[in-house]
Write a new protein. Structure first.
Length: 247
């Protein structure tokens, strides 16, 4: 892996993606090179089994609960009247109901999870006062939203940000970034199937000071950035003018 030649004391806040933790490739690489004491990795709880999962928020929404309840009732009734095939009919009914409210469940799930993770990020910013925020996927969308709502003012290094993806799932229009006055550098792979690179190009068109770096054959995870040196270059380029006297 490529390492910085003269690593400096930079306060970095890393906002992770779904199912990513502090020992995952990219955050572990950043913490190794810039010091565990100066790189903050708040746990956003973004795992299927954790409390901030969109699945949890979606299923606990009114639409989700109604869908599950209707499916259970359908299963009970079918067990009573359809000898042998009741469970199958009940599950089919549950799936039909859930599919009918799918859009609402997904929207509520993403909205609830996004709001909860954003509050964690805001508290981390207040505590850590970062020189730079690195955001991957969901974390990249959070970082942009923090800029849009004036909760953060500073440079961003975004890795395949899911900004438009998440706002599409919430059925909303992304807020304006036109007031942004700090550099935002996006690294995105051309073969990203989860969040197409065209979405990052749309972000770049929303405000000044936003650049998009296209890379090849790295998919959505972008693990190879640690080997190519692009992650180090991105960090160094965005923090070379950090004024430490203001700390």
């Amino acid at each position: 892996m490529v390492e910085p030649k003269n690593p400096r004391k930079i306060r970095i806040l890393y906002l992770h993606g779904f199912e990513e933790n502090r020992e995952s490739v990219k955050p572990a690489f950043v913490r190794h090179n810039y010091g565990r004491s100066t790189v903050m990795f708040p746990d956003l709880g973004m795992y299927l089994t954790k409390w901030n999962s969109p699945v949890r928020y979606g299923l606990l929404s009114r639409a989700g609960l109604c869908g599950v309840a209707t499916g259970v009732v359908a299963g009970m009734l079918s067990n009573a009247y359809v000898d042998g095939g009741g469970l199958f009919v009940g599950l089919a009914a549950a799936m039909a109901v859930l599919c009918g409210v799918k859009e609402t469940v997904v929207r509520k799930g993403v909205e609830g999870s996004f709001a909860a993770t954003k509050e964690i990020a805001i508290q981390a910013i207040k505590q850590h006062k970062p020189d730079l925020i690195i955001g991957f996927s969901w974390g990249g969308a959070l970082a942009l939203d923090l800029v849009a709502t004036h909760d953060y003012s500073g440079p961003l290094l975004l890795l395949a940000p899911a900004y438009h993806k998440l706002y599409d799932l919430m059925g909303k229009t992304p807020p304006s970034l036109s007031h942004n006055a700090h550099p935002i550098h996006i690294i995105h792979s051309k073969d990203d199937l989860l969040c197409p690179i065209e979405q990052s190009k749309e972000i770049a068109a929303m405000a000044p000071h936003i650049t998009v770096q296209e890379v090849d054959q790295m998919g959505h995870r972008l693990w190879e950035l640690c080997d190519t040196g692009d992650l180090i270059k991105g960090i160094e380029g965005l923090t070379e003018k950090v004024d430490h006297s203001k700390r």
